[in-house]
Ligand binder design. Structure first.
Ligand SMILES: Cc1cc2nc3c(=O)[nH]c(=O)nc-3n(C[C@H](O)[C@H](O)[C@H](O)COP(=O)(O)OP(=O)(O)OC[C@H]3O[C@@H](n4cnc5c(N)ncnc54)[C@H](O)[C@@H]3O)c2cc1C
Length: 436
């Protein structure tokens, strides 16, 4: 047995860990060791990948590339392959994953199970939009081949299905062409939430990547940095050695108390704003530091100390977006709790394919909060009320505590999803929010 935690480090419970390494043996392992749940690279924040005192099937040993067609960009690989390894192998050959989240240190299986999104949702949708086919092992011992034509319902349940329909053994993905690893970037400091929406709307037609960081402690007039980027072709630019990704730093230990606290937050957010504001205007960036800035500090989650931290990520429809986001920022300011990283982004007008996929047209706000027990949970209740009224939803990849009614109202396809569940799979989250 081993103590396992998710990225938020909110719990460190014992788990029976079964390491999956041979793709022909996944189904027999599940059959012999259940109920359990797949654990990818543990980059989900809350309890979606945990099963305290029960089994977890650890997938990072399923790390083999199976085939790649250089003419069509179709990749078949095992489900424990990291997105970083796909990108580093294939970007130099002119192919890239169309969608990646804010870290590339996640597995293909984790990316599909949470149907993750990136900064280019308005152009490429979410990860599931680029999954062509899957091999899914069941706890019954069965192995199923899924695709959108022959088994559309099972695909809709498994994409964004939180690992509850089976364990993905391998996946076929459609990559996109790129001619270089470089991006043309623009950094735009701004003030006020309505300016954010103007920038986001004005960028959608011409910019592939759009995202904003906001200082939720900046008071009445919100301070933010809007970033947008487009791929650069190699003919537009000679590769620049000084822009290559740097070797990551590492947070070597867990401090006795959170380094993110009432004293550090305000000056940190102010300093981060000033640093980013200095980059104002046009620039060139390698896709790695632009897309995954947090991957530059390994184990950064330790900074929150032994009690860990929560991420609260919501999406609310666009027509009520300004009011709802403002209300959430006001509630946070009023609570005295602060978030060090607050990310604000609009999603495009596309419905995700998965029955429980998170992305929907609207605006999403993601905030990290040190775990200060009841005080933090009390703030979340206030934020829940705003999301509920706005008819929004919370993101399961980040969640460790959402109330069941908010889950049920946010995910109207839940009843259909439940018919696809594998009865030998159960997680801390599924017990908290679903039948078992
Ligand atoms: C710094 C950081 C930035 C992030 N930014 C974003 C972002 O921009 N957008 C976004 O959408 N998400 C983001 N995330 C969340 C992250 O992308 C997801 O939580 C992702 O699912 C983690 O993948 P993982 O491989 O670590 O899987 P885990 O966290 O270990 O597991 C996630 C889920 O996948 C299931 N699973 C894993 N492998 C399999 C398999 N082979 N078969 C079936 N089920 C499986 C697990 O059971 C669990 O339900 C971020 C996370 C971090 C730490």
């Amino acid at each position: 047995m081993k103590r396992m935690n998710a990225w938020g480090r909110l719990s460190h419970e014992l788990h029976h860990v079964q390491a999956l390494t041979d793709r022909t043996q996944v189904a027999p392992v599940l059959q012999a060791h259940q109920p359990g749940v797949a654990f990818g690279n543990g980059r989900s924040y809350g309890d979606v990948c945990l099963n305290p005192n029960g089994h977890v099937w650890h997938t990072t040993g399923l790390n083999k590339f199976i085939s790649f067609d250089e003419t069509t960009g179709r990749l078949v690989c095992e489900a424990g392959v990291l997105l970083r390894d796909i990108q580093r192998l294939l970007v130099p050959r002119g192919w890239m994953l169309p969608v990646t989240p804010g870290t590339q240190l996640i597995t293909v299986g984790g990316a599909i199970a949470n149907d993750v999104h990136g900064k280019n949702h308005h152009v490429f949708g979410s990860f599931g939009d680029h999954v062509v086919a899957l091999t899914l092992a069941k706890t019954s011992g069965e192995v199923c081949k899924l695709n959108w034509i022959q088994t559309p319902q099972a695909m809709r349940a498994t994409v964004g299905g939180l690992g509850l329909t089976g364990v993905m053994v391998s996946a076929e993905l459609q990559l996109r062409r790129v001619t270089s690893p470089w991006l043309h970037t623009q950094t735009l400091p701004y003030q006020g939430l309505s300016t954010f929406f103007e920038l986001a709307d004005g960028s959608e037609a011409e910019w592939e990547h759009t995202v904003s960081w906001v200082d939720c402690l900046s008071g009445q007039t919100l301070r933010g940095i809007f970033m947008r980027a487009n791929p650069l072709s190699d003919t537009e630019l000679a590769p620049r050695a000084d822009l290559q990704p740097k070797k990551p730093l590492s947070m070597p230990w867990v401090p006795p108390v959170s380094l993110v606290n009432g004293l550090s937050l305000k000056p940190f957010n102010w300093a981060y704003y000033q640093l980013q504001a200095m980059k104002q205007g046009d620039g060139v960036a390698h896709y790695e530091p632009f897309s995954y800035p947090l991957d530059n500090v390994l184990h950064w989650n330790r900074m929150y100390g032994p009690r860990g931290f929560y991420q609260y990520q919501s999406v609310v429809p666009r027509d009520v977006g300004l009011q709802a986001v403002q209300a959430m920022l006001d509630a946070i300011a009023d609570s005295g709790e602060g978030s060090f990283l607050a990310v604000l982004k609009t999603f495009g007008q596309r419905q995700a394919k998965g029955l429980l996929s998170f992305p929907q047209p609207g605006v999403t706000l993601a905030l990290d909060f040190p775990n200060r027990g009841a005080r933090t949970l009390k703030l979340f209740e206030r934020l829940d009320a705003i999301v509920r009224e706005a008819k929004g939803r919370l993101y399961m990849a980040k969640d460790a505590r959402m109330p069941r009614d908010l889950f049920e109202s946010g995910y109207p396809n839940l009843a259909e999803f439940l018919t696809h569940r594998d009865h030998g799979i159960s997680s801390a989250m599924s017990r908290r929010l679903m039948e078992f």
